[in-house]
Design a protein around this ligand. Structure first.
Ligand code: MG
Length: 160
């Protein structure tokens, strides 16, 4: 059995007239959402890159380029499901996912469990195998100034 870990990182800028979607969960109290070609779900994008990284299968921009109209306003959770199928075709089983969202506001804690459930369903794991954490950037940098949200993720996969 070969086990591997991969990392993922993503960031998106806040913009007017957008919904905030994180881990497939809409955050209705957010005054602004994130801009992007897809639904700009920065947490799910970091998770996708962690999984692709662990399996050695490239990155999200390679598989879902933002120049491709097929991915305009795409549901990132659907892309995550597709990536997991792709990994499975290559013999990989997803074992665990851990992520951190760097966001100054709004506070996201009440959405933690729904995000874990949605992400875990998408990758085919129990919610306990998917961890989602939140932190601020203490007012520093783009996340600290509220210009956008960043997310980091680590995934573990196994293959016979
Ligand atoms: Mg992205």
């Amino acid at each position: 059995m070969s086990a591997r870990a991969g990392i993922g990182y993503d960031s998106h800028r806040f913009g007017e007239g957008r919904r905030l979607v994180l881990g497939g969960v809409e955050v209705p109290e957010a005054e602004r959402g994130l801009t992007g070609h897809s639904d700009a779900d920065v947490l799910t994008h970091a998770a996708i890159d962690a999984l692709l990284g662990a399996a050695g299968l490239g990155d999200i921009g390679q598989h879902y380029p933002d120049t491709d109209e097929r991915w305009r306003d795409a549901d990132s959770l659907a892309l995550l499901r597709e990536v997991c199928r792709f990994l499975s075709e290559h013999g990989w089983t997803v074992r665990h996912l851990d992520a951190t969202v760097v966001c100054e506001a709004p506070k996201l804690g009440v959405h933690r469990d729904p995000m874990r459930v949605r992400l875990s369903e998408a990758v085919g794991l129990a919610p306990l195998e998917v961890n989602v954490k939140f932190t601020t950037n203490e007012g520093m940098g783009f996340a600290g100034r509220g210009e956008g949200i960043a997310a980091l993720a680590v995934a573990t996969v196994e293959r016979e």
